[in-house]
Design a protein around this ligand. Structure first.
Ligand code: ATP
Ligand code: MG
Length: 548
């Protein structure tokens, strides 16, 4: 812009300068020539007056001092006298324009140009009273010659003018453009020097506002999207049809074990396993697919959906759902059902076996009472098993509506020890309850059940003549049950809390039990926010600590 303005100014200056020069020269030329002719006429009148007094001799005298050429002619145009040339050598001048005019109009003028001499001669002729014609002429250089003569100073002036106009044009162009450059396009209304720019700037203002609004809207949407995607546990990956990642949330990055969500790279860089590849490729081929992917011993469900626009596949959206727990739960349920059926079937088989023998009358008279005893025991086992299952499923369903009360752990421990005293005595096991009283808030039957199951295990998995110490502490309230039994192998310590899980099944078969005791403890402890700690030395003993 500065350049254009600069060039325009220079062009205008050149044209104006040239035109002014020519105009001035033209005006000067006209003025100069008029003056010249008037001067000649004055001289002629003056000479004619002199001639009236002194006759032709006056011509001789004046021609010496005058730089005009003076010529006297008769009425026919023949030269009578000439101040520069011998009159007899000159031809008749009748046809010369100034002479002709003087004869007819009593005065005449003309100008003639001699190219060889590069001079212009002005003539003035006047008709004298005696009929002769007096002509005064003078030569002067032409304008071109004049210009040629003053060329040096002229060039100097022109150069000066050019330099001056270059300098001024440069400054002017800069000054014109400066306010435009100074306009703050972010805030265009504020400092505008040119009112011509006002509509444009107003428009920019409006557009700025629109753009700002659109950017805000876009940012808001992007934030919304990232808040949603970043806060979901599911991995979300969006790819284009070249398999390049357009968006990948933190969960997806975590699942695939990469430090940060990556974009602009192929999705196959993230994971090369077959289910993952199949999902992405399938979606890009236009097919929704669901696959399972196992990563770091966790199971993920991959759902891949194609993204279609105007019937064309533009990319794909891939979801990664962690289904480890769900799968575990499903497996657990399946196992639980199988276990429950099995556990129910065993006592029922023996019940129906004994019952059939009695019913068919095969049983000896003296066997009937022991058989009935066996049936009674198995039925009791069934009832206790079913009670345990009911307790667990109530926990599962969150159906516990019992009110919380204050209970003393030591009181409960004493009551449990008393109830189990007979069983312990059968195996010569000594039980002692020790420690301080500790009051907690909770559901009485659950706390009783937990302590009962732990002490029951301490008896069942103890050795003949072993011992059990129950200690209660306050702040934080806790109960410690220490036995001198077989201990629990390290590998089993997690699993014994699973439903129906029993260590060394063949051995525990003789002891009897369903493997539900500790899972009930686990659930009830969780309900009370209690912590279970297990310490054990194989063949030396086990210590179970419950801290509330
Ligand atoms: P239930 O308690 O339902 O009659 P159970 O005693 O076999 O049956 P849990 O109380 O859940 O079931 O115990 C699971 C397993 O953990 C037991 O079978 C046993 O092998 C082991 N166990 C539990 N407590 C002890 C302990 N104090 N010492 C050694 N092993 C134990
Ligand atoms: Mg038990």
């Amino acid at each position: 812009m500065t350049r254009k303005i600069f060039i325009s100014i220079i062009a205008v200056a050149t044209v104006v300068f040239g035109a002014a020069l020519m105009l001035i020269m033209g005006v000067l030329h006209g003025y100069y020539y008029d003056q010249y002719t008037a001067q000649l006429k004055n001289d002629a009148i003056y000479i004619s007056e002199g001639m009236k007094i002194s006759g032709e001799a006056y011509l001789e005298s004046i021609s010496r001092d005058s730089n005009n050429r003076i010529t006297l002619l008769d009425e026919k145009g023949d030269v009578l006298y000439d101040s520069e040339v011998d009159a007899s050598t000159l031809q008749n001048h009748r046809e010369r324009q100034e002479i002709n005019e003087a004869i007819i109009l009593s005065e005449g003028t003309s100008e003639r140009y001699s190219e060889t001499l590069s001079v212009k001669t002005f003539y003035y002729a006047m008709l004298l009273d005696d009929g002769n014609i007096l002509r005064v002429s003078n030569s002067t250089y032409t304008t071109t010659t004049l210009i040629k003569n003053i060329l040096q100073p002229l060039i100097f002036v022109v150069l000066l003018a050019i330099i001056l106009s270059l300098f001024l044009a440069f400054r002017l162009a800069k000054r014109i453009v400066m306010p435009i450059n100074m306009i703050d396009l972010e805030n265009p209304g504020s400092q505008n020097e040119y009112e011509e720019l006002a509509p444009l700037l107003a428009r920019i203002s409006v557009q700025n506002r629109q753009i700002r609004k659109q950017i805000e809207e876009l940012n808001r949407k992007r934030q919304e999207f990232s808040v949603i995607t970043e806060n979901m546990n599911e991995g979300l990956i969006v790819i284009n049809n070249m398999t390049n990642i357009l968006s990948c949330n933190q969960s997806a990055a975590d699942i695939l074990g990469i430090s940060e969500p990556q974009t602009d790279r192929s999705i196959f860089v993230l994971n090369r396993s077959e289910p993952f590849r199949n999902a992405a490729e399938g979606a890009l081929a236009g097919e929704r697919s669901e696959n399972e992917l196992v990563l770091n011993s966790r199971t993920y469900h991959i759902i891949a959906n194609p993204v279609m626009r105007k019937g064309k596949i533009e990319g794909a959206v891939i979801f990664l759902l962690d289904v480890t727990e769900k799968n575990e739960r499903d497996n657990f349920r399946r196992e639980f059902t199988a276990n429950v059926s099995h556990e129910l079937k065993t006592p029922l088989t023996s019940i129906s076996g004994y019952a059939q023998i009695i019913k068919d009358g095969i049983a000896k008279e003296e066997d009937i009472v022991p058989f009935a005893g066996k049936i009674y025991n198995e039925a009791a086992r069934l009832v206790s098993l079913i009670n345990d299952i009911i307790k667990l499923s109530q926990m599962d369903e969150g159906l516990i509506k019992e009110e919380q009360v204050y209970v003393d752990l030591r009181d409960i421990a004493k009551a449990v020890a008393e109830r189990l005293a007979g069983e312990a005595a059968n195996r010569n096991i000594d039980i002692t309850v020790d420690g301080e009283s500790a009051t907690i808030r909770g559901i009485h039957y659950m706390i009783d059940e937990m302590i009962f199951n732990i002490v029951d295990n301490a008896i069942k998995y103890n050795r003949e003549g072993g011992s059990i110490t129950i200690k209660v502490f306050d702040g934080p309230a806790s109960i410690v049950v220490e036995d001198t039994g077989v201990g629990i192998p390290v590998a089993e310590r997690e699993r014994i809390f699973e439903r129906f899980y029993r260590v060394d099944k063949s051995h525990s078969k003789d002891i009897g039990g369903t493997g539900l005791g500790l899972s009930i403890v686990k659930h009830f402890a969780a309900y009370h926010n209690a912590d279970i700690k297990l310490e054990s030395q194989e063949n030396q003993g086990t210590t179970v600590t419950l801290t509330f």
